[in-house]
Write a protein that binds this ligand. Structure first.
Ligand code: SF4
Length: 292
């Protein structure tokens, strides 16, 4: 195998690990040069990591603009940049698969999710996993937080009172529910409907990213702070993010309140309505007649 073949093989492995949430690799010997833009574009940086691992001399040399804990190197570990936020190639620049290939890939992914046991607390309490639902290539994809009681029982995201409110919000914005792809940051219900823990969101992230890569929505609406935190890597409250022109891998993103929060805080409904109106306008669509 030539060095180039080896580098390509290693790139593939590294990407797969990175997509699965791996942030550290055992030291294989050799230099590790972390490019300055690695944190901004970790996916683009991966080939450089692989190249460095193949071509580097046996002694460890680290050149990096980031503050590393030297004890990690003493322990024989090499950091990979964290995969979070708006990283990876623009979604719509990924190779386009035929619809039947995407449908098959979605079924395979749903099966993998149904077998997943990465979060022991959630696995213990779940009735079933809750995959996304909706068409491929929709104009809009909703990403919420995690399944609740009703979703866990029915195996579908956004059902029960919050789901009914979402359906009304979509209709008022000119979308039928079955035209929209709907999913969550987590695919398993957290105990007592608590927010997802960072490690759970990291565990489930590759399922979400693969779903979005296959679905290829034209616009993403993130509902609730967990969705903005774990998809965009933004820690601000929704009240601070709403109204901003956000993006995820080249896809325009709108942030607004989660319907469950709106059920508890109905005074915020007019803000959510303004967010959806702005989203429809940003999407270049007309608002439904009665609301125009
Ligand atoms: S939440 Fe996601 S990563 Fe965690 S067990 Fe469920 S499917 Fe697996």
């Amino acid at each position: 195998m030539s060095n180039i073949d080896l580098i390509e093989q290693m790139d593939l492995h590294l990407r797969a690990w990175q997509d699965s949430g791996v942030e550290w690799l055992p030291r294989a010997g050799g230099a590790m040069i972390i490019p300055e833009n690695a944190r901004a574009q970790p996916a683009a940086a991966v080939p450089l990591f692989a190249k460095a691992m193949v071509q580097a001399p046996p002694q460890l040399t680290v050149v990096s603009p980031y503050p590393f804990d030297p004890s990690l190197f003493a322990a024989g570990q090499i950091p990979l940049p964290a995969v979070r936020g708006d990283v990876g190639p623009p979604l719509l620049e990924l190779p386009v698969l035929e619809d039947y290939q995407r449908e098959r890939a979605m079924k395979d992914l749903a099966y993998k999710v149904s077998q997943c046991k990465k979060c022991p607390d959630l696995v213990r309490g779940r009735t079933q996993t809750v995959f996304g639902i909706g068409p491929l290539s929709p104009k809009l994809c909703i990403v919420g937080e995690a399944p609740g009681f009703n979703e866990d029982k029915q195996g579908e995201p956004f059902v029960g009172p919050a789901g009914e409110l979402l359906t009304r919000m979509l209709l008022a914005s000119g979308f039928k529910r079955d035209e929209v792809y709907i999913c969550n940051i987590l695919r398993c219900r957290p105990p007592e409907n608590r927010p997802p823990l960072p490690e759970e969101a990291a565990n489930c992230r590759s399922f979400l990213v693969q779903t979005l890569e296959l679905v290829r929505p034209s616009h993403i609406c993130l509902m609730g702070a967990s969705a903005t935190k774990y998809l965009l890597g933004r820690d601000e409250f929704i009240g601070q993010l709403r109204g901003q022109e956000l993006w995820w891998r080249g896809i325009p993103v709108t942030a607004t309140y989660h319907p469950s929060y709106l059920l508890r805080s109905p005074a915020k409904k007019h803000e959510a309505w303004a967010d959806l109106q702005a989203m429809v306008i940003r999407m270049g669509q007309l608002l439904p007649e009665k609301n125009g």
